[in-house]
Structures are given as C-alpha cells and as structure tokens.
Design a protein around this ligand. Structure first.
Ligand SMILES: [Zn+2]
Length: 215
C-alpha cells in the first residue's frame, strides 16, 4: 500500500538522527562526500556498495570501462556527462515537472540523466537502483535514490514504470511535505556535506522500511 511522507511525521527525524550518528555504521557521510564535483572517476562506480548495493565488477564495471562502443560504455559516458552538465548548469529535482520526469525533457542535466536512464534499460545487469546510487552522490540535488524500500514505501514496486512512478511520487511529496523535509535536513547538523532533501527522504524512508521502532 502506498504511503506518503506525512506518515513519517513522528519518526522521520529520529530515523535520520540514528543514521547520521557518528557512532553508527551507516554510510553518512562517507558515501555523500564528493571531493571531485563535476568530474566522474571510475572508482566512483563502487560507491553504491556503501548503500548495500555493490555493482558487479565483471558484469557492470568492466564493460563500462572497456575500450569499445557497447551500451555499457555509452552508459558510462552518459554518467560522466550528467555529472559535468549538472556542475556547469545545476538543476534541482524539485524544479522538474511531471512531463520532464516522465519524458526526459527539461533542464540540460536532467536530459543527460535521462540518456543514462534509457541506456541503463538496454544494459541487462544494471538497474535503476544501481544507476541512481551512482549518480545521486554526484548530483544530490537532481537524482533521487530508487532503492527497493523507497519504491515499496511509495507503492511503486511492480511493472516497467515502477521507478518512474516512484520519482513522480517523490516529486509530489517534496511539494506536499516541504517543511517536514526541510526540518529533516537540519538533523545532520553539518555544513559539509549538507544533508540535502533527496538524501533525507532516502534515509528516512529506508530506515523506516527496515523496521520502525518509534510508535
Ligand atoms: Zn518510522
């Protein structure tokens, strides 16, 4: 059954505090620190492992770095281009319309992201989860994380359009619960890196769906 972020009114901040606690073993802020903004390096393909989603070296990483013209290689170039374009002409996910999200139109970095998104469809071993966990850390204002728990929370688990439907749900929830999400961003209490709205949503939902201990 689909939920919305309003149901995390009572527990969301506690989930984020737990995840961002210095003594926890969660990935904040190791995953989130980006020391080379605007540039993508091969080693960054390994970052999803910090979010419990390692990309296969043999099936994904090696084909992406091979010296040929495969869909995996094109996908790697689209990832690089998304990162570079977002650095030069930054766009925010919450500026996108529903049409931008479903058709890949709109600001230039979103169009580049869409190229990567559609190429990923042609690469049997990479999923929307893997792609967004690679790209969110390089473009935290633009690319939401499509984790299976996130999709389940928003009731978008099945079908070819599940990840697009989940992005639409996140977009609508950003509008509907802006004050709540802004308050979550303050929980991490750090300037560098700053906890951004899309990551705050990811953390609150992921922790909640992993088992909520707050009645
Ligand atoms: Zn909860």
């Amino acid at each position: 059954m689909a939920s919305d972020l309003g149901t995390l009114q009572r527990c969301g901040a506690q989930h984020i505090a737990e995840y961002c606690d210095q003594s926890s073993s969660f990935a904040w802020p190791a995953y989130d620190i980006d020391l080379t903004p605007g540039r993508f390096a091969p080693v960054e393909l390994l970052a999803p492992a910090l979010l419990s989603y390692p990309l296969s070296g043999k099936k994904i990483v090696q084909p992406m770095l091979a010296d040929n013209d495969s869909d995996y290689r094109r996908l790697y170039r689209a990832i690089e281009s998304t990162v570079e374009t977002q650095f030069k002409q930054p766009a925010q996910f919450d500026e996108l319309s529903a049409t931008h999200i479903t058709e890949g139109t709109g600001p230039p970095p979103w169009q580049e992201f869409w190229k990567a998104w559609t190429l990923a469809d042609r690469c049997a071993h990479i999923t929307s989860v893997g792609l967004t966990k690679v790209l969110h850390r390089k473009a935290p204002d633009l690319v939401p994380i499509m984790d299976s728990r996130v999709r389940a929370f928003f009731g978008c688990e099945r079908g070819a359009r599940a990840s697009v439907d989940a992005m639409l749900a996140i977009r609508a929830n950003l509008d509907a619960h802006r004050d709540l999400v802004t308050s979550w961003c303050g929980v991490a209490k750090a300037d560098k890196p700053q906890l951004k709205p899309l990551r705050a949503i990811d953390i609150a939902v992921w922790m909640h769906m992993g088992g909520c201990e707050y009645p």
